[in-house]
Design a protein around this ligand. Structure first.
Ligand code: MN
Length: 236
């Protein structure tokens, strides 16, 4: 007898793939913190130092937090300081565990533009009390993702990344400024998790993060990848 459930299981979370009718099933969403020195500085931190043996650090978002580029989302509850963070997203397409940086590109399926939307007031309050960041980072519509652009086996190392709000550029940097590059992130993360197809990795935001308000229109672009758009609606 087939197994039944009390209520309908949640629909699979998927993202469109450029040039394909098939969509990418999304598994987990990992995010790298403070991965551009100028952003670490604006958040009041020293950048991580590879020379000191530092490693990247991570937080996660539920796949349920994913929303597609082009959406209009409500201004989220329980915040007065909702921030944009424009990021390169790596889409994993092959399994890997304890991968060396030199082989890490083999896990890459492609890339997307992402917005790590953040309830900054809740994140900072949690940070300052030594509490988890979840309320600031993992909530409905907090992981905005563009179409995934297939680039199997490619480790992106440069390209302009920028975000404009209502046509005014707020964030602008280059992927070459990533403290931990794509290969290093994949390799390091693969020591903590068995990476699997459909895992997405938000690689961190450059400087210039800031608040958005209802009515704002966000437009981001990563050279060689694509574009992303988001509209902020009224609070629910
Ligand atoms: Mn981020």
């Amino acid at each position: 007898m087939p197994q039944t459930t009390l209520w309908a299981p949640p629909a699979p979370v998927t993202a469109p793939v450029r040039g394909l009718a098939e969509r990418a099933a999304v598994n987990r969403i990992f995010c790298v913190g403070r991965n551009y020195a100028a952003h670490a500085a604006e958040m009041g931190h020293a950048a991580v130092e590879k020379s000191a043996g530092d490693r990247p650090f991570y937080f996660t978002k539920s796949a349920r937090a994913l929303v597609q580029s082009g959406a209009a989302i409500p201004y989220p509850p329980e915040t007065k300081n909702f921030h944009h963070e424009m990021e390169l997203v790596v889409a994993i397409g092959a399994p890997g565990f304890r991968v060396a940086p030199e082989q890490a590109h083999d896990l890459v399926y492609g890339y997307a533009c992402g917005l790590d939307m953040t309830r900054r007031d809740l994140q900072l309050a949690a940070r300052d009390k030594g509490r988890p960041w979840d309320l600031g980072k993992d909530f409905e519509n907090a992981a905005v993702v563009s179409e995934i652009v297939p680039m199997p086996g490619v480790a992106l190392e440069r390209g302009v990344i920028k975000l404009a709000v209502n046509g005014e550029v707020r964030q602008k940097s280059d992927l070459s400024q990533l403290i931990w590059g794509v290969r290093e992130i994949i390799a390091d993360l693969s020591h903590f998790y068995h990476l699997a197809p459909g895992d997405l990795i938000f690689t961190g935001t450059p400087e210039g993060v800031g608040p958005v308000k209802p009515g704002d229109r966000l437009e981001g672009k990563i050279e060689g990848v694509g574009t992303i758009a988001l509209t902020i609606g009224p609070a629910e």
